[in-house]
Write a protein that binds this ligand. Structure first.
Ligand code: NAD
Ligand code: DAU
Length: 353
């Protein structure tokens, strides 16, 4: 089959990456999608088992920090574009092991940018390096205000500092070498295939097993939650219509205090599991706060809406219900992930809190 372009997607076996791969595979059967993923603890090929036989899909297990391997992939596939999602993504792990985040998020991004520069050889027509980043680069908000694309960077965790560094590298390649780039900075995603180290899937899993629900500090921190498929849709739009050298914020206009979100999950789960109302709330346990815990994130995504016509599609209650249903119907997926290494991580992270 003739493909009109070949897109390398890094981190395609992770949470958001697998949704982006699935979305693009189905919508554009004439694009060849090469999923480049090292399969760290967060990468899982089961996330793509419903689409991995499609003729336009290829998987390559590769570490983005391995420059020789990345060069070989560029030679082999002659990518027209890269959508870069591979990253160490969990803030708590970045507090335990910051250098792993510098390695993948900073050095790995640099290696990919260099490969684009080398293999595209200054001939950038119809080429694109799309960097998927986070709202955490902007730092922490007080009770009011929003992050816009002009908000100065002020990262405060090793994770967000490594993502901010990677954003700067991307812009440096744009200004210095004219590499065609685009960056998007998104708020907290939720949905299916979310690794249960992150708040929503961790709370769902713990409610199910009647385990304590660890809420950091007083649960007053606020996050802006976006349905992961809305993020994939935004990436599609920005990939095709975004202006080179520009940044776009993506957010859900959907702010929740952690404690209110955990209570809502308890009530949804009690009703779905046939437990008496209020039972799971009794599992809520306030634990030692995250070091340097950012108080509030809230995204102003009006540029993306105004210029490219994107809007979030789903109401939060509906999205959470769908998410809970997915976890309840995919026990095997959860069990594979939460055996072995996950238990070690969980004990290290929560035992002494
Ligand atoms: P994830 O941790 O679920 O997945 C990361 C993927 O990257 C995994 O498949 C992993 O195997 C792969 N990976 C890690 N290191 C690699 C390496 N050295 N080489 C190749 N592959 C490697 O992450 P996610 O939550 O899906 O986030 C994806 C991207 O989106 C990240 O860049 C993250 O910063 C960004 N982001 C995430 C959120 C969110 O709410 N999860 C919000 C905004 C932006
Ligand atoms: O804002 C975008 C970011 O959202 C992404 O860039 C990150 O990759 C992604 O992990 C996410 O970061 P957060 O730190 O906001 O997500 P997390 O799910 O880890 O935590 C959400 C909130 O819940 C945060 O305020 C910390 C709190 N929390 C988290 C865990 C894991 C708890 O109270 N208890 C917990 O056990």
């Amino acid at each position: 089959m003739e493909f009109s372009k070949t897109i390398g997607i890094t981190g395609g076996a992770g949470f958001i990456g697998s949704h982006v791969v699935r979305f693009l595979l189905k919508k554009y059967p004439f694009y060849r999608i090469v999923n480049i993923d090292a399969l760290t603890y967060a990468g899982n090929l089961e996330n793509l088992k419903d689409v991995d036989k499609l003729p336009n899909y290829i998987f390559e297990q590769a570490d983005i920090c391995d420059a020789e391997r990345i060069d070989a992939l560029f030679k082999n596939y002659g990518f027209n574009a890269i959508i870069h999602l591979a990253a160490e993504s969990h803030v708590d792990r970045s507090i335990m092991d910051p250098l792993a985040f510098v390695r993948t998020n900073v050095v790995g991004t640099g290696i990919l940018l260099n490969a684009c520069r080398t293999y595209w050889g200054g001939e950038f027509k119809d080429k694109l390096f799309y960097h998927v980043s986070t709202d955490e680069v902007y730092g922490s908000l007080g009770p009011t205000g929003f992050f816009t694309e002009e908000t100065p960077y002020d990262p405060r965790s090793p994770y967000s500092a490594s993502k901010a560094s990677s954003d700067h590298l991307v812009m440096a390649y744009y200004h210095t070498y004219n590499l065609p780039v685009v960056i998007s900075n998104c708020s907290n995603n939720y949905g299916s295939h979310h690794f249960p180290e992150k708040l929503i899937p961790l709370i769902i899993n713990n409610i199910r097993h009647r385990q304590p629900l660890p809420v950091y500090g007083k649960g007053e921190n606020v996050r802006d939650w976006l349905w992961v498929e809305d993020h994939a849709r935004a990436i599609d739009i920005i990939f095709h219509k975004g202006t080179r050298g520009e940044k776009y914020n993506i957010g859900g206009l959907n702010e929740w205090k952690n404690i209110d979100l955990v209570r809502l999950l308890c009530s949804i789960m009690d009703s779905k599991l046939g437990r008496p109302a209020g039972q799971s709330e009794q599992l809520i346990t306030f634990v030692k706060d995250r070091a340097g815990h950012d108080l509030r994130y809230a995204i102003d995504a009006s540029k993306l809406t105004r210029e490219l016509g994107w809007k979030p599609s789903l109401q939060f209650q509906e999205g959470l219900e769908k998410t809970v249903d997915w976890y309840l119907q995919n026990e095997e997926w959860v069990n594979h992930i939460t055996s072995g290494q996950y238990q070690q991580y969980y004990n290290q992270q929560y035992a002494k809190r």
